[in-house]
Design a protein around this ligand. Sequence first.
Ligand code: FDP
Length: 337
Amino acid sequence: MPLSRTTLAAHLLQQQTLHPAVTTELSAVIEHMALAGKVIGRELSDAALHGALGLTGDTNVQGEVVQKLDERTNDIFVQTFEGQGGVVRAIVSEEMEKPCEVGGQAGGRAGEYVVFVDPLDGSSNLDANMTVGSIFSVHRVSSRLQTDLETGFLKPGRDQLASGYVLYGPSTVLVYTCGAGVYQFTLDRGIGEFILSGSRLKIPPRGKVYSANEGNYAKWPQGVQRFVDYLRDKDAATGRPYASRYSGCLVADVHRFLTGGGVYLYPGEISKPEGKLRLMYEAAPLGFIIEQAGGLASTGTQRIHDILPTAVHQRVPLIIGSYEDVGNAEEFVQGKR
Ligand code: FDP
């Protein structure tokens, strides 16, 4: 049976008539994310032929080494939003210490939205030709925002208006939510359009797979160690042991669980309790997607969406995935089991 050919633009138009949360402005932001995703997907496909792989020799605001493609993809997002007609006022990116104003004016008013973006998540996968992604989150700019641009963008995850990601794997896939379900699109390269390939996605309440960098096991708090020991134990009634899968790309691992269930964890370490992942452009947007699909996102002690951020590049421990699996993890972390 032939599949329907609903483009992203047609889908968003239809959603605008069904859900007040899906406004024309938000739809425009998502379409610009899709545009940036198409450009990035194309550049990644032959980056090795243009000498675009490898390190720049610099470190970013997080103190991490910068790949040439980290910089290039950041530029693509900035350029894309500089051409969006003023709906978005600023971009906050993993690759830029300070927010970048891209706004101009929309109808004489300053843009109403700020977009948080991780332009190239999992970039250490690039040299091995493995999956990488881009993650985004959209907030309304606070009306109190006057002088300090950065402080005005610090809102909890529950205030997100939209979030999503583009995954650059065997196919280029866009997943988004505006709080009215999770939708997936696959890029048809021949016609350059994202075509609807999954509607109102739901994550199974429990999975059979977990994902963590177990090389860090000795650095984890005991509760996390005991949770992973539990997942590796044999127990037919609860489907254990779970299989282990870790790609080194957060968004790829979370996408696996969105479709098949399971749990991803990047916990804090005893000497680094804040963990590695970033709240505003990694944990919160993926949390919005996963919770819209019926799953959970937690630090182990607090829902990701309830955290009141204190800095745009704040780090946070993350346990995300199927509702029951994340619930179990919380019990171990909190010493209840
Ligand atoms: P990367 O540094 O390559 O961008 O966001 C950071 C991230 O990748 C995640 O995508 C990934 O899951 C994790 O870090 C990998 O970190 P480790 O190498 O410590 O496992």
